[in-house]
Design a protein around this ligand. Sequence first.
Ligand code: T1G
Length: 681
Amino acid sequence: MTLFQRLDAIAVVTLDHPPVNSLSHALRRHIVDALTAAEADPAVQGIVLVGNDKAFSAGADVTEMGTPRQLAEPMLTQVLARLESCRKPVVAAIGGVALGGGLEVALSCHGRVALERARVGLPEITLGLIPGAGGTQRLPRLVGVATALDMILSGQPRSARALADSGLFDAVVADDLVAAACACASRLAAAPLPRARDRQADAAAVRTAVEQARARLNARQRLQPAYGAALEAVAATALPFDDGLARERALFLELVPSRQARALRYQFKVEREAVKLPADFDGAPRPLQRVAVIGAGTMGSGIAISALDAGLEVILLEQDGAALARGRERIGEHYRSRVAAGKMAAAVAGAAEARLRTTLDWAALAEADLVIEAVFEDLAVKQEVFRKIDAHARAGAVLATNTSYLDIDAIAGATARPQEVLGLHFFSPANVMKLVEVVRGARTRAEVLATGMELGRRLKKLPVLCGNAFGFIGNRIYNAYRRQCEFMLEDGAWPEDVDQALTGMGFAMGPFAVADLSGLDIAWRMRKAQAASRDPRERYVPILDRLCELGRLGRKSGAGYYAYADGKQVATTDDTVRALIMQASAARGIERRPLSAEQIRRRALLAMVNEAALLLAEGVAVRASDIDVVLVQGYGFPRWEGGPVFWAREQERATLEQELEGLAAIVGHGFVRGDLALLLD
Ligand code: T1G
């Protein structure tokens, strides 16, 4: 590959490591060699670094991280020192993304020019790291410590347009990026070279901003060491530059091997694997341009919004005019609020809404490439809806149900074309949650599944393939986890002990607060429906039933596991609930013993791990890591703990096997022991 092209007196160095110019060893080598050649060329007065349309550079190569290649010379820090010490001006021309080490490359240049649409950021915190190549030292010196802290702690990229006046760029242009960068390099060649490192930070301002940022950290951020490390690194901008750089490097290298950083790198990798169909899969997706959504309730409207945002045409069908009007209003309000918040241009919102058609006429389904129903979660209701879909949808249309746990085959059986039916289990709110479980029925054709996965990608979601077993992947794991938590109430814990143990490791909410939020009557109705078929030898905890019989249906009724005063949860459970719990313990002849937070966490996680092994054995999950993607994306499992499978792989195998023996005794009759080898080997 040529090292650079010369445009007049400027050497243009192209970064070319598809798809996103991650800073692999080869690319680092190329940059240094090109700099050396350009510096030695007397015809060259300035240098421009440019990437491709998608990326200037997406930063350090995540696949190299934690491996010897990451530290193979030239290391990234050496490349940046080479850029900064270059005797000729180096200008970064940013057209796509400049993230992490990619932005740090640009910060080490003498000038930066960007297209308005370019996006720059320091997302290291999302990988359990901090910028490790000068980002915490150079960015505050260019844009001020407050803006730099916000970018480093949020990990969120910003557009060059939004940062045009921040001091980060020499120019932000609409087009002609390389020409603008060459002009900038020529200008810089005529004067002493500006370097971020030569600017001295205001020590007092740094201290104030860092302490204010520390005070704003939330509970879940405080559980993650990278946030504290980021604050320490930025605080070091008050030191001489090289001392600050050394402090940052030490903090960074300490984080790379940490469990949280490994878990977050794992999640980055397995999320991208989960959305890919298995290598031996033979099915191509069908064309997708028009989607019909049946049911204009919260879920149906959310799915419609997702499809509209992805540029698809949407037919929203209801059976009831008032419900249809409410659904349309809900969608309209969504777009109005996004425009009002400056999150969406009015023209984009208008175009999205223009693609929406609402109707009461089932015949409209004939125009859809894919039909998805989001009606009441009842098998008979869904079967009736599918009979109508079957009567109106065109041949070749994909027919999807949004059911969260009903049997796909029982629904598909209501049509004459079960091979065209699959599950697309969205999570509420459907236009926000990224997870979609793509459920394969016994007769579902490969191309129908491929179309479901393609729809998930088009909607910028995380489609995960799964088999048609009760609860699919997420609800199956969650049910096992929640059931184990109920056992712990009988064994000696109070609801707040369990909830606090789990929020203490990073869960957004504990299982009993979640139950109160979603309403205990939903589970109660399902339990009553299953009562006749329940095996009396299986351990069953009646506490939720007793609460519902007292009218304690959760937050919506002012009390459930917890009492609620002025809409706020009372932290400690009241005497009524404790009496019910103690009655349940006594009825089972259990002498209650308090459980420590660590015991609670291990039992809850072990229940998930065992169920994960069963899901793999039954072929419901294609990959063990898919289970971790589902739990993190759909059920509030702390991302920096990786998921139940990642957690299990961090444990001593012998300890897990022994604890599973204990779990078998706790669960009793009906317990099925999973094969940990499926998760751990
Ligand atoms: N390293 C290696 N591969 C990467 C990568 C990276 N940094 N970023 C993306 N890829 C791969 C990705 O795995 C996928 O591969 C393909 O590119 C397309 O990605 C010292 C240490 C850039 C916004 O955190 O945010 O720098 O599946 O599916 O939706 O301080 O990728 O096709 O085989 O996501 O268009 C900091 C992470 C690193 C940026 C593009 N950088 N990447 O999104 O495509 S740490 C990041 C992204 C660091 C320094 C520290 C996104 C994207 P495949 P994609 P996309």
